[in-house]
Design a binder for this molecule. Structure first.
Ligand code: GNR
Ligand code: NI
Length: 171
């Protein structure tokens, strides 16, 4: 188990498309453990494998509140099979440290995926869980939250990230 380094925008590796997992074996379970550890250490509510430089279609999510027990959800080869409605949510991304923006997405999603044992499952989600599933699924396709913004917010997010990076370089 290890906390891995999270890639930060504009790292070109965040733009690559992840490959389907051929078999859910122990190496995939080890990857999932590292991803969970990295997500909890950050802390974040989700993490896609692309964010640690692994181009496999795997993401983890835990939207449990601090005072609740943890509830790790693992999605391997996920497919969003249906969406309905729209919602706007103030999103952050561990690959955009220091910036968050309101982003419009579907209100409800139906997702199909494999669990850590390679067993297929289907889930219907709404609210933050639906947002997180769409956010992480985008990462697997090399799509980032900045792509969802209009020109004004896009420039603002780019500047916030640049500023956060410069502040860190000065420290
Ligand atoms: O930690 C995260 N918080 C978050 C908040 C609102 C909408 C989406 C997210 S995902 C983000 C972690 C991350 O970057 N996952 O890719
Ligand atoms: Ni993200």
């Amino acid at each position: 188990m290890a906390v891995r380094e999270i890639l930060v925008y504009p790292d070109p590796r965040l733009r690559e498309v992840a490959e389907p997992v051929a078999e859910v074996d122990d190496s995939i379970r080890a990857l999932v453990e590292d991803m969970a550890e990295t997500m909890y250490a950050a802390p974040g509510v989700g993490l896609a494998a692309n964010q640690i430089g692994v181009l496999k279609r795997v993401f983890v999510i835990d939207i449990a509140d601090e005072e609740e027990p943890s509830n790790l959800m693992v999605f391997i080869n996920p497919e969003i099979v249906d969406t309905t409605g729209t919602q706007t949510y103030q999103e952050g991304c561990l690959s955009f440290p220091g910036g968050s923006e309101e982003i419009k997405r579907a209100e409800r999603v139906r997702v199909r995926a494999l669990d850590v044992n390679g067993k297929p499952f289907e889930l219907e989600a709404e609210g933050l869980l639906a947002v997180a599933i769409q956010h992480e699924n985008d990462h697997l396709n090399g799509v980032l939250m900045i792509d969802k913004l209009g020109p004004l917010k896009r420039r603002r997010l780019g500047q916030k990230i640049k500023k956060a990076r410069e502040t860190q370089a000065d420290a």
